[in-house]
Design a protein around this ligand. Structure first.
Ligand SMILES: Cc1ncc(COP(=O)(O)O)c(C=O)c1O
Length: 396
């Protein structure tokens, strides 16, 4: 049965990580893997998470299964973060929310539901998009098309080109949108573009699927949800995959949530039971630990404040690294070429470099990021930025 299987190529980003680990150059810089790092290059456990963990050790008492929809209170907490209390209450009769194994689990469950409801659905994804989007929707049996998004020359979003490509979509197609902190470009939709996209989706009968993996990393918790809120307000049907991996630093605990808005009266029961049934034949019940930590934090005002402060500190650090990076490039006359990095959001930006230039930086300077030019800004430190700037200047 398995004899014909051959080894697959290593995941390019994980492969890079191994190369970087093995590199003994003391000046090496790893801007590859997409996890937040502090000034010491460490991905630490947040203080609020540690406190919730200690509380849990004292109180948990059982490892019995949790319900298929997840840890009690968890999906409410996620919906409150995304929509705020008032909008969450307004949406309630139309909403289903289920805990998932991370944002990836939410994406897969969402695509599975779409496939079950309408197997011929085409999913439109941005050019470029996160490397796992297309494989995940394909694994669920869906097909995809690509809409124009990033203008690489100018390092901005080309909204007109995006709208023009989506004119080619047909009623019932799904439009996958990044809620904030677009991965890999760091270039988000301008605030006033959401209205035009909603108008077009309404006119053509398209269904939005938002992927939200970085709430709080761009401008703030509610600021980052502004586009999502407009979409869920305006559209009769909408899907949202949510990840707590980055904003709670819970990566390995696989903590996420899928939210689906249905148009029918009392949509909740139909959507929830269908989602639970799909989950049952896949992973059955979600893991408890990360969701219990998030719920504990969100239900305790002091812990919640601590968490929001820690999230703000991560956001501010990334934004100040972005500014320092562009400042450091200015003596080399490169601040124009890479200036957009300062105004982009989240952990990633896409440097306008050829794969050969990226490989040159890797070979000659021990600077690691994938060939498409995506850098994880959180891998920078005030100490390594001068070296990064000087190394980039050596390419031109
Ligand atoms: C755009 C995007 N969506 C979803 C995810 C899923 O995150 P996880 O499954 O780790 O929660 C990520 C993680 O890198 C991401 O960048």
């Amino acid at each position: 049965m398995f004899a014909h299987l051959t080894p697959l190529p290593a995941d390019p980003i994980l492969g890079l990580s191994a190369l970087s680990k093995a590199d003994t150059n003391p000046k090496k810089v790893d801007l590859g893997v997409g996890v937040y790092k502090d000034d010491n290059g460490k991905t630490v456990i947040l203080g609020a998470v540690q406190a919730a963990y200690e509380h849990m050790v004292e109180t948990e008492g059982s490892k019995v299964y949790i319900p298929p929809v997840g840890w009690p209170g968890f999906t409410d907490a996620c919906q409150e973060l995304v929509f705020g209390e008032a909008m969450k209450a307004d949406l309630a009769p139309h909403m289903a929310a289920i805990q998932t194994p991370g944002g990836c689990g939410a994406l897969r469950l969402g695509f599975d539901l779409v496939h079950q409801a309408a197997p011929e659905t085409t999913v439109w994804v941005s050019n470029p998009t996160w490397a796992n989007h297309v494989p995940t929707l394909q694994a669920a049996g869906l097909s995809h098309k690509v809409y124009d998004y990033y203008d690489r020359e100018n390092s901005t979003v080309d909204v007109d080109a995006m709208l023009a490509s989506l004119e080619g979509a047909k009623a019932g197609d799904l439009v996958l949108l990044h809620a904030c902190c677009h991965n890999p470009t760091g270039a988000d939709l301008p605030a006033d573009a959401w209205g035009s996209i909603i108008e077009l989706m309404t006119k053509k009968g398209l269904v939005p699927f938002l992927d939200m993996a970085y709430q709080g990393f761009a401008a703030g918790l509610s600021e980052d949800a502004a586009g999502v809120r407009q979409v869920f307000e305006a559209m009769p049907e909408a899907v949202l995959s949510y990840s707590c991996s980055k904003n709670f630093g819970l990566y390995r605990e696989r903590t996420g949530c899928l939210m689906v808005k249905g148009s029918q009266k009392d949509a909740t029961a139909a959507l929830t039971t269908n989602l639970a049934k799909i989950a049952r034949t896949n992973y059955s019940m979600p893991p408890a630990h990360g969701a219990a930590l998030v719920t504990t934090i969100m239900q305790n005002e002091a812990l919640k404040q601590d968490w929001m402060d820690e999230l703000a500190a991560m956001r501010k650090r990334i934004n100040s690294l972005r500014a320092s990076f562009v400042n450091a490039l200015s003596p080399y006359g490169l601040d124009n070429r890479f200036g957009a990095v300062a105004g982009q959001t989240g952990m990633f930006s896409l440097l306008n470099l050829t794969p050969e230039q990226v490989q040159q930086l890797r070979a000659e300077r021990s600077i690691y990021f994938p060939d498409n030019g995506r850098i994880n800004v959180a891998g920078m430190t005030e100490a390594n930025i001068p070296y990064l700037a000087e190394s980039l200047s050596s390419l031109f």
